[in-house]
Design a protein around this ligand. Structure first.
Ligand code: CP
Ligand code: NVA
Length: 312
């Protein structure tokens, strides 16, 4: 029997496999637009465990499974035994004997690691406090779709050193670009993620320095899910970290603006930027569907590999 592959962070796939997932996602998107029916996952079920809220992740995984000919099952802690304290190890052994693939959105990253350890089937991280790798598949797909090869280019992160920022840092190393990250003091990314991606990440305090000549500018909410109590303190700490038209003007002329959404206008991003001509946030959201279909197909049927170009 082949070894089960999981997707708990981008590090679970090689650079060649990640590029191949993006190629495949672009193909699957074209097939949907042509009206092709492609159902390789008939009779397959995806269990979707959500311990936090979601719009994009739930809709994209559920629709993706339908399009691939399978089924998606929504499981919330409010009406499963997971929410009443059944151990993760037991839940993983039971659920993975019945379904073909599992997707989990939760708080502690160690929960998805433990689930994967006891699971017979692939486990996908659909956001933890540490990483949001599915978001980065869609983000890299969007960047490549809009501008081609990202190797040697520069992305600029403005805001919290959070789960999405950590995944952008991993992406910088694996996809071969550079990430400038501007975070306020006290809100830097985790040291272990910084160390692993050291050669591909430069830290700044001043957002205007970080975005200079960037090809892509990215931000995210100042207070992630689970940080609701910190909102007031964060409003003060992040006051100078809004992506405004003036900030965008410092990046390259045709730089893209990206945001995983949900967005808070007037906080991390100005309305004129998210609604402006450089914003690709709606394509980015749609691409969750196509990128995750390529991921699920790869985990269940095997990944292709793509020859990766070296940086200039
Ligand atoms: N970007 C993202 O993961 O959105 P949801 O929280 O709506 O799933
Ligand atoms: N950093 C945000 C991303 C939401 C998709 C959060 O964790 O809430």
């Amino acid at each position: 029997m082949n070894e089960v592959r999981h997707f708990l962070s981008l590090n679970d796939l090689s650079a060649e496999e990640l590029y191949a997932v993006i190629d495949r996602a672009l193909e699957l998107k074209a097939m949907v637009k042509r009206g092709d029916i492609y159902q390789p996952l008939k009779n397959c079920t995806l269990a979707m465990i959500f311990e936090k809220a979601s719009t994009r992740t739930r809709v994209s995984f559920e629709t993706g499974m339908t399009q691939l000919g399978g089924h998606a099952m929504f499981l919330s802690p409010h009406d499963t035994q997971l929410g009443r304290g059944e151990p993760v190890e037991d839940s993983a052994r039971v659920i993975s004997r019945m379904v073909d693939v599992v997707m989990i959105r939760t708080f502690e990253h160690s929960m998805v690691e433990k689930f994967a350890e006891y699971s017979r089937v692939p486990v996908i991280n659909a956001l933890t406090d540490k990483f949001h790798p599915c978001q980065l598949l869609a983000d890299m797909m969007t960047w490549i779709e809009q501008r081609g090869n990202p190797v040697g280019k520069t992305a600029a992160w403005v805001g919290d050193g959070n789960n999405v920022c950590h995944s952008w840092m991993n992406a910088a190393r694996l996809f071969g670009f550079h990430l400038n990250a501007a975070c306020p003091e006290g809100y830097d990314p985790d040291a272990d993620v910084l160390t692993q991606n050291n050669n591909h990440v430069t830290m700044f305090r001043d957002p205007t320095e970080a975005v200079k000549n960037a090809d892509v500018v990215i931000t995210d909410t100042w207070a992630s899910m689970g940080q609701e109590d910190e909102k007031q303190a964060r409003l003060q700490a992040f006051a100078d970290y809004q992506v405004t038209e003036d900030v965008m003007a410092l990046a390259k002329q045709h730089a893209l603006f990206m945001h995983c959404l949900p967005a808070y206008r007037g906080m991390e991003v100005a309305n004129e930027v998210i609604e402006g001509p450089q914003s690709v946030v709606w394509d980015e959201a749609e691409n969750r569907l196509h990128a995750q279909k390529a991921l699920v197909e790869g985990l269940m049927l095997g990944f292709a590999t793509h020859q990766v170009e070296a940086a200039a």
